[in-house]
Design a protein around this ligand. Structure first.
Ligand SMILES: Nc1ncnc2c1ncn2[C@@H]1O[C@H](COP(=O)(O)OP(=O)(O)O)[C@@H](O)[C@H]1O
Ligand SMILES: [Mg+2]
Length: 253
């Protein structure tokens, strides 16, 4: 479970995240959708405690990210924009290293690494150096390091960015499988960001649309397109609203 209340982040004059609140329950797959600069990455850094918020609070699995950062972080798996991969390490030893960093008990280490490789389709490549993998498979390693300690919450920042269409389809398939196993089993909460509408449609059950740091929409996917409109129409309407309103005001003045 994720609970964000009144999150804001200011970088000097730029208000990158502006009063964002939302909840995501166990088993939910939420898409943060928005154009570049919308505030997706910054919001995820606030959720994971990588950045302190200027205002607002975050609770992960009931733990406040600032008051109980250890417990909160243990409940989070995070794929950052640039995953911290070591190109010279082999897949399996890297995942074992990450699992140890994340306090997976020694006797569960082997199973945890095995399961992470299985869930991300890396079993056959366990002895490969990360640097020798294709970008798509490196991204799988990034996802594997995020989930190796079986966190309740997975936060994935643009998991398919920079991939070719085939790799992108494979990563989407993988994310859908993770989402399904999350729903059936432990009920993992997954939040992923993307600027691609198709990705949200393919994977998510709920969309949070960010625009200029603000949450402009938060709805189940099924409701969004119920009246026959495409997701693209909805997206365009909401991301254009603010500048158009500003223009109208300027004209009126
Ligand atoms: N470290 C930073 N310093 C100053 N401004 C930043 C920094 N990181 C992001 N920003 C600004 O914050 C806004 C949101 O950026 P970001 O969260 O990266 O958006 P997204 O991930 O949706 O592309 C942008 O205007 C960006 O230029
Ligand atoms: Mg980003």
């Amino acid at each position: 479970m994720i609970e964000a209340l009144g999150l804001s982040k200011r970088y000097g004059d730029v208000l990158a995240v502006d009063d964002v609140s939302f909840r995501a329950e166990a088993g939910e797959v939420v898409g943060f959708l928005g154009p570049n600069g919308a505030g997706k990455t910054t919001t995820m850094r606030l959720l994971t405690g990588f950045l302190p918020a200027t205002e607002g609070t975050v609770r992960i699995a009931g733990h406040d990210i600032f008051e109980a950062p250890g417990l909160a972080r243990r409940a989070i798996g995070y794929l950052p924009e640039t995953p911290p991969l070591y190109p010279e390490m082999q897949v399996q030893s890297y995942l074992r290293y990450v699992a140890r960093l994340k306090d997976v008990p020694r006797k569960r280490l082997r199973d945890a690494v095995e399961r992470a490789m299985e869930r991300t389709g890396l079993g056959e490549l366990r002895r490969r150096s990360i640097g020798q993998l294709s970008k798509g498979f490196r991204q799988r390693v990034g996802i594997a390091q995020a989930l190796v300690h079986e966190p309740e919450v997975l936060i994935l920042d643009e998991p398919s960015v920079g991939l070719d269409p085939i790799q992108m389809r494979e990563i989407r398939q993988l994310l859908r499988e993770l989402a399904d196993s999350g729903r059936d089993g432990a009920g993992q909460t997954i939040v992923l960001s993307t600027h691609l509408l198709g990705e949200v449609e393919a994977i998510c059950c709920r969309v949070i649309l960010l625009h200029a740091g603000r949450k402009v929409l938060d709805q189940p996917l099924s409701e969004l397109t119920r009246d026959g409109g495409s997701l693209e129409d909805v997206f365009t309407r909401h991301t254009l609203r603010e500048p158009l309103a500003a223009e109208a005001e300027a004209e009126g003045a």
